[in-house]
Design a protein around this ligand. Structure first.
Ligand code: NAD
Ligand code: DAU
Length: 367
């Protein structure tokens, strides 16, 4: 074996743990579950369990020695530094965030704290840890920042989709806080050389999504006989990506991405909201018809629009395909069908996460 390769393998063996932040949330938990299905590299899962973080998502990992859950805050720099040192972390995958646009409109404070200050604290701890490494371990270290297409702002109906060089024009407190964190991540690479990777992803859907977001909310409300709220005219367009495809894209970026680069991740599935809701209603009509025989679409109600509502997002995901050979597996039809099936089969999970604080939020938002 070549001496360089032997050294690289040795360094990799000595330093082989992933720190995942926000791994009890929707995308983070799907990523952790997929990671541990595909790899035996251990995961330290740091999550402070806000309303959006849920240990039920990780129930199948109970007793798995490759998964260590730590309840803690990314704002706690000492805790993060200790985890990086004690577990000899070789990469951070950073999901932890406040993620719901409507909540950022009602109260932006937590978004500024977690998404901006929290990401800054994490970067500081990562920089100190990375500086303490040498040789191959230092060269192999990665900080993968999981961001959003919302930082690019809103597109007109005929505009070209977002590329990685599209100007940043965030329009909500949520997207502005994510944009700020993207800029910090970029600066830590440019100024200190920290080997960062950034992904900007479109709307995810799939198992374990908290039912405040459009798709799980519509499924949940439909089955409960409640109104299906459509903001404004329902013609806003999003590009839908199955969360398992997002997880596979992140694994690819972590393994093969070039430090300092950003990668747009999308599903090639642009759909107006109203069409998404009609698709969900049709799938539910087939799988779990209403007792009175009426279609679930009869529950649709148009409600007051979201302030500053972005009209259209669309991701040009050609760079990640060209440079890293990644494309999504799910089509819109297959992904929506398996998502509806998952929620129908996991009503116990829905009941567990829709507690009193969830009901308070729903009555405040849709009063
Ligand atoms: P989520 O709200 O479901 O989960 C966020 C997780 O972070 C929760 O488990 C929460 O407890 C944890 N968390 C929040 N603040 C924390 C803190 N200060 N310290 C530690 N943990 C904290 O979010 P999600 O939908 O899974 O999104 C994950 C990431 O992906 C976010 O950064 C989001 O901006 C980004 N993103 C999401 C989407 C999407 O469609 N959901 C699309 C693109 C990018
Ligand atoms: O684009 C990526 C982003 O996608 C992520 O960065 C965010 O974390 C994630 O929450 C998501 O943001 P959106 O605002 O696009 O997702 P949401 O599910 O809240 O809404 C999707 C669309 O549906 C949006 O146009 C608003 C609309 N909507 C949403 C809700 C909750 C409704 O019409 N009615 C609703 O009740």
């Amino acid at each position: 074996m070549l001496p360089g390769l032997a050294l690289l393998l040795l360094a990799a063996r000595l330093l082989m743990t992933l720190l995942v932040t926000g791994g009890a949330g929707f995308i983070g938990s799907n990523f952790v579950l997929d990671w541990l299905r595909e790899s035996d590299e251990p995961v330290i899962n740091l999550d402070c369990l806000t309303y959006a973080g849920n240990l039920h998502n990780l129930a199948s990992l109970e007793g798995d020695p490759h998964h260590t859950f730590v309840r803690g805050n990314i704002l706690d720099g000492d805790l993060v530094s200790a985890l990086l040192r004690d577990h000899r972390v070789r990469a951070i995958v950073h999901f932890a965030a406040e993620s719901h646009v409507d909540r950022s409109i009602h109260g932006p404070d937590d978004f500024i704290q977690t998404n901006i200050v929290g990401s800054f604290r994490l970067l500081e701890a990562a920089r100190a840890h990375w500086m303490s490494l040498d040789g191959e371990a230092k060269a192999a270290f990665r900080f993968l920042h999981v961001s959003t297409d919302e930082v690019y702002g809103s597109l007109g109906a005929h505009d070209a989709a977002f590329t990685e060089t599209h100007p940043y024009q965030p329009n909500s407190p949520y997207s502005a806080s994510k944009a700020a964190s993207d800029h910090l991540v970029r600066a830590y690479h440019h100024t200190y050389g920290l080997p960062v990777l950034t992904s900007n992803c479109s709307n995810n859907y799939g198992p374990y999504q908290f039912p405040e977001k459009l798709i799980p909310l519509v499924i949940h409300h439909a089955l409960a006989g409640k109104p299906l709220p459509i903001y404004g005219d329902g013609q806003q367009v999003r590009d839908w990506l199955h969360v398992r495809d997002h997880a596979s894209a992140l694994r690819r970026i972590l393994a093969q991405g070039t430090p300092g680069e950003t990668y747009n991740v999308g599903g090639w599935n642009e759909r107006p909201n109203l069409e998404v809701v009609h698709t969900l209603c049709r799938l539910l009509d087939e799988a779990s018809p209403r007792p009175d025989g009426k279609p679930y679409s009869s529950q649709i109600e148009f409600v007051r629009d979201r302030p500053g509502h972005d009209r259209r997002y669309a991701i040009d995901a050609r760079k990640i395909e060209r440079e890293l050979g990644w494309r999504p597996d799910e089509t819109f039809e297959s992904g929506m069908a398996n998502t509806v099936a998952w929620y129908l089969a996991h009503q116990d999970w829905v009941r567990a996460v829709t507690d009193g604080s969830y009901r308070d939020w729903i009555s405040r938002q849709y009063q």
